[in-house]
Design a protein around this ligand. Structure first.
Ligand code: COA
Length: 146
């Protein structure tokens, strides 16, 4: 059974390790922003081990996914979708209506994941990502339609 809980200071090393394993950028200043009301930082726990998580920023009635991630071994089991679904419910209760994110144009796994979960592509930021240089695709979802 999976549990979804707030990330606490003791988790930060592990979360950054998972992000690195997945080729995502770790957060050196995690401890600063995870305490802020403008961020929502949640982990997915299976058998007392962190297997994934999500980091979002919240501004007024909009939120942006900075990262959503599931350890390779646990991917394609519906964990990412359950986490997203849980977060969307939470955001709606907080009065947040729109969810945004940006993803590398080559990250087909994530693009499929977002499309499957009801996100629509609304724009492209050319050459937005560095190392390697790549376009960023912007997706959004109106939570009231979900
Ligand atoms: C994106 C990610 C969070 C999805 O998590 P997950 O738990 O594997 O996702 P789910 O099992 O809920 O998959 C839901 C849907 O996403 C799509 N999807 C997930 N993995 C996929 C893959 N390897 N190839 C193609 N589509 C995939 C499918 O449409 C899937 O539905 P299906 O299994 O019924 O076909 C995970 O792949 C991940 O951590 N990727 C690395 C980090 C990353 O790139 N994060 C996003 C950018 S911030």
């Amino acid at each position: 059974m999976i549990k979804i809980e707030k990330i606490n200071l003791n988790d930060i090393k592990e979360i950054n390790k998972i992000l690195s394993e997945l080729g995502l950028i770790p957060y050196p200043d995690f401890d600063l922003f995870h305490k802020s009301d403008n961020f929502l930082c949640l982990k997915v726990v299976v058998d007392k081990k962190i297997v994934g998580g999500i980091i979002l920023s919240i501004v007024l009635d909009e939120a942006e996914i900075y990262d959503i991630f599931v350890r390779e071994k646990f991917q394609r089991e519906g964990i990412g979708s359950k986490l997203l679904n849980y977060v969307e419910g939470l955001l709606l209760k907080m009065g947040i209506r729109k969810l945004f994110l940006e993803v590398r144009a080559s990250n087909h796994k994530a693009i499929n994941f977002y499309k499957k979960n009801g996100f629509l592509k609304i724009g492209i930021r050319h050459n937005y990502y560095k190392s390697p240089l790549e376009d960023g695709l912007i997706f959004s979802k109106d939570l009231r339609d979900a």
